[in-house]
Design a protein around this ligand. Structure first.
Ligand SMILES: [Zn+2]
Length: 67
């Protein structure tokens, strides 16, 4: 049995804001918006879904997570 609701928090990602728009950041750079909530790092091509980005405003903070 796999738990499909498990969120894998990507601690190497962060969130910044461009005006009022939250943007995921990786490698110190803004990510590119792909589609369906997915973003790609402009530097190392790593991909992430916003639900896994620490500090993303539309998700609930995980246990022990400091915003
Ligand atoms: Zn990166």
């Amino acid at each position: 049995m796999s738990n499909e609701s498990t969120i894998t928090l990507r601690a190497d990602w962060g969130t910044t804001r461009l005006g009022s728009q939250p943007i995921p950041v990786h490698c110190g750079r803004l990510a590119y918006d792909l589609d369906l909530g997915e973003w790609e790092c402009a530097w190392c091509d790593d991909r992430v879904h916003v639900r896994d980005v620490p500090g993303w405003p539309h998700r609930n903070p995980g246990p022990g997570e400091v915003r």
